[in-house]
Design a protein around this ligand. Structure first.
Ligand SMILES: Nc1ncnc2c1ncn2[C@@H]1O[C@H](COP(=O)(O)OP(=O)(O)OP(=O)(O)O)[C@@H](O)[C@H]1O
Ligand SMILES: [Mg+2]
Length: 315
C-alpha cells in the first residue's frame, strides 16, 4: 500500500429499506496501527465494517482494503470476528480453529499445530481436544477469536470483541491485540466500551447516526473538552468570585467549572488576590469517556437542529 494505509474509505453510504444507516463515512487506517470505531447502538459500526470487508457493498462511495479495490480479493490476509458468533458445537476446539484458518487458505495440519499453541497461550490448553459445546460462552468467543488470527492475517477486523468477556479475558484480548500490532498487523475493532479504546488505540473514529463525528488521536478527542476544576474555599464570598467563570456551579461546598481559556495562572491569581482562601483545588483532564459522551451528545443535538431546519424548509 503505497500510501501506508491498510484501509481507506471515502464517502460510504448504505441504506436499508429506504433508511440511511451509514451517511458518508471516510476512514483512513494506517498500516500496523490499532484503530477503534466507537459509537452508540445503531450508529452504523457493524454496517461500516461489513462494507470495508466487502461482505456488503456500499450504495455509494469506495474503499480499499490492503490496497485492493475489491475487498474480497484480500480475504486470505484478513481476519474477521463478526458480531454474531458461531462455531460448530461438535467440532474439537483445535479443529474449529484450524477450520477457520482453512477457509482463509491455511493448510489444515499447520492450522491444528498453531491452534494448539494459541489455545495454550490463552489459558485453554486443556480444551484442545474437547468439543466446542463443552466451552463456556466467553471461552467459545476466545476460540473464535483465535480462529480469526490463526492464518496470520495482515489485517484483523473485530466487531465488539470485548463484549461477553470477563475482566481477565478482556485483559488477555488487549494483550493479544497489542502483540498483533507489534508484529505489524493492523487491528480495527468496534466497541462502546471506551476504556478499551483509550488503552489500546492510536487513532479512533466516533460514529453516531451513520456519520463520523470525530476522527483522530485519543488525546485529540480528549482535548476537545476543557480541563475540569474543583475548588473549595474558606471564604463563602468575596472579590475572588470574579475569577470564576459564569457557568461555575456550586455543589455542596465545592465549585465545579471548566478551566477558563486564559489558563491556570490568572485563575490562581484571581483567587488568591481576591481572598478566597483555597482549601482544595484540583484540575483534571477529562477522559475519553467524557469526550465520547460530549461528542456523541453534540451529534445528537446537531441532528435535532438539522431535522428542525429540514422541517422548517419543507414548510
Ligand atoms: N441488514 C439490515 N437490514 C435492515 N436494517 C439494518 C441492517 N443492518 C443494519 N441495519 C440498520 O442500520 C443501522 C445501523 O446498524 P449497525 O448494526 O451498523 O449499528 P452498530 O453501530 O453496529 O450498533 P450496535 O452497537 O448495536 O452493534 C440500524 O438502524 C440498523 O437497524
Ligand atoms: Mg454492531
Amino acid at each position: 500500500m503505497g500510501n501506508g494505509l491498510a484501509i481507506e474509505a471515502k464517502g460510504l453510504f448504505k441504506s436499508f429499506d429506504g433508511k440511511e444507516a451509514v451517511r458518508g463515512i471516510d476512514l483512513a487506517v494506517p498500516e500496523g496501527s490499532i484503530y477503534g470505531i466507537l459509537g452508540p447502538n445503531g450508529a452504523g459500526k457493524t454496517t461500516t465494517l461489513r462494507m470495508l470487508l466487502g461482505i456488503i457493498d456500499p450504495d455509494r462511495g469506495h474503499r480499499t482494503l490492503l490496497g485492493h479495490e475489491r475487498p474480497l480479493e484480500a480475504a486470505g490476509i484478513v481476519g474477521y470476528l463478526p458480531e454474531e458468533r458461531g462455531l460448530y458445537p461438535a467440532m474439537h476446539t483445535r479443529d474449529a480453529i484450524a477450520f477457520m484458518g482453512a477457509l482463509r487458505g491455511l493448510p489444515l495440519a499447520e492450522g491444528r499445530k498453531r491452534a494448539e499453541q494459541l489455545l495454550g497461550e490463552n489459558g485453554l490448553g486443556e480444551y484442545v481436544a474437547k468439543p466446542v459445546k463443552s466451552l463456556s460462552k466467553g471461552m467459545a468467543q476466545t476460540v473464535q477469536l483465535l480462529g480469526t488470527i490463526v492464518h496470520r492475517p495482515r489485517l484483523v477486523v473485530l466487531d465488539e470483541p470485548f463484549s461477553g468477556l470477563d475482566a481477565i479475558n478482556q485483559g488477555r484480548l488487549e494483550h493479544l491485540i497489542r502483540e498483533e500490532a507489534t508484529a505489524g498487523v493492523t487491528v480495527i475493532f468496534s466497541t462502546h466500551v471506551i476504556a478499551h479504546a483509550e488503552r489500546l488505540c492510536e487513532r479512533i473514529a466516533i460514529i453516531a447516526d451513520g456519520r463520523i463525528r470525530f476522527e483522530g488521536g485519543v488525546a485529540d478527542a480528549r482535548d476537545r473538552l476543557r480541563p475540569q476544576v474543583r475548588l473549595r474555599t474558606r471564604a463563602a464570598d468575596g472579590p475572588w468570585r470574579a475569577a470564576l467563570p459564569e457557568e461555575a456551579e456550586q455543589r455542596g461546598d465545592v465549585w465545579h467549572f471548566e478551566l477558563p481559556k486564559a489558563g491556570v495562572e490568572p485563575l490562581l491569581r484571581g483567587l488568591i488576590d481576591g481572598g478566597a482562601g483555597i482549601e482544595e483545588l484540583s484540575i483534571e483532564r477529562p477522559g475519553l469517556h467524557d469526550a465520547f459522551v460530549a461528542i456523541a451528545g453534540e451529534a445528537a443535538a446537531r441532528e435535532m437542529e438539522e431535522s428542525a431546519l429540514a422541517v422548517g424548509e419543507a414548510a
